[in-house]
Design a protein around this ligand. Structure first.
Ligand code: SAM
Length: 291
């Protein structure tokens, strides 16, 4: 429609009229391509019965497209300068609301009660500010925010790490944390040319479909993630050496040997070769060893 802000001409016009220059420190790269926006919105599996939580609406390019598809859209924006712009670009969309705040600090329980009480499911959909991608995604997952999907434009390198399989160079604690909570799928690789200003990294759209239950059973989730973290402390070291340093001492190394044997894991393997399932077995064995 003619009021879509997602075109180079309209975006430049709005920035000019409001006297706004993009702030690098806030990760401001505005999307100006309706096809890419269509890919993002489609990946979120929205309809009239669903809600969308957007992080960082900026000028409202994505918010407009979400409002056409979802029953309710709530967009949390940190930069005060965007508020009058959003009033203009969202004026035709009665189902869209803007909340001024920092997504890392906003009370999400309260926000859900206020805006999403009567929708059938909520997805996060966003072109994220890249400087805080991981903290934002980890907050949503660790606080168990009731979401169906998280569909986000992020740095391609981070998307690759989130979706990485064991035994690849991208596989690490971020892959495991994300895959514990979600099924990831990279849905598009995005050229720099669809943004104003252009970022100096490549981008990708990833969909994280939230799991109903974790793919592996562990009795202590916190310990599981500590074991994972420890196993990647020095990527080139063996799992034995990383775990020895973190959880044991010279006198107790036999306990680690026993735990690895019990879990069926060769001590000379590296953390990057272990599946989520193997980390689960290892965590149970280490717990029995009394760490
Ligand atoms: N959604 C718009 C688009 O696609 O054109 C803008 C995306 S831009 C990459 C990221 C947006 O997130 C900016 O508007 C920025 O001001 C906002 N932002 C940055 N840090 C934020 C935070 N901690 N909480 C909420 N919004 C934030």
């Amino acid at each position: 429609s003619p009021a879509d802000v997602a075109s180079p001409a309209r975006t430049k016009d709005v920035l000019g009229r409001y006297g706004i220059t993009a702030k690098k420190s806030l990760g401001q790269n505005f999307l100006v391509d309706l096809n890419i926006l269509g890919n993002i919105v489609n990946a979120a599996e929205l309809d009239e019965s669903k809600g969308a939580l957007e992080i960082g609406p900026g000028l409202g390019a994505l918010t407009q497209q979400l409002a056409k598809r979802a029953g309710r859209v709530v967009a949390v924006e940190l930069d005060q300068r965007m508020l009058p712009v959003l009033e203009e670009t969202l004026s035709a969309y009665g189902n869209a609301s803007v909340v001024h705040g920092d997504i890392l600090k906003v009370d999400l329980d309260d926000l859900f009660q206020r805006y999403f009480a009567d929708v059938k499911g909520v997805s996060v959909v966003a072109n994220l500010p890249y400087y805080v991608t991981t903290p934002i995604v980890m907050r949503l997952l660790e606080e168990h925010i009731p979401l169906e999907n998280i569909v986000v434009m992020i740095q391609k390198e981070v998307a690759d790490r989130m979706a990485a399989k064991p035994g690849t160079k991208d596989y690490g604690s971020l892959s495991i944390a994300v895959q514990y909570y979600c099924e990831p799928q990279v849905v598009a690789i995005v050229p720099r040319t669809v943004f104003i200003p252009q970022p100096n990294v490549d981008s990708a759209v990833i969909r994280l479909r939230l799991r109903k239950a974790p793919p592996v059973q562990v009795s202590d989730e916190e310990l599981y993630f500590q074991v994972v973290q420890a196993s990647f402390t020095q990527r080139r070291k063996t799992i034995f050496n990383n775990l020895l340093t973190r959880f044991f001492g010279k006198e107790t190394r036999h306990l680690l040997e026993q735990a690895l044997e019990k879990a069926g894991i060769d001590p000379i393997r590296r953390g990057e070769t272990l599946s989520l399932e193997e980390f689960a077995r290892l965590t149970e064995a280490l717990q029995e060893a009394g760490i």
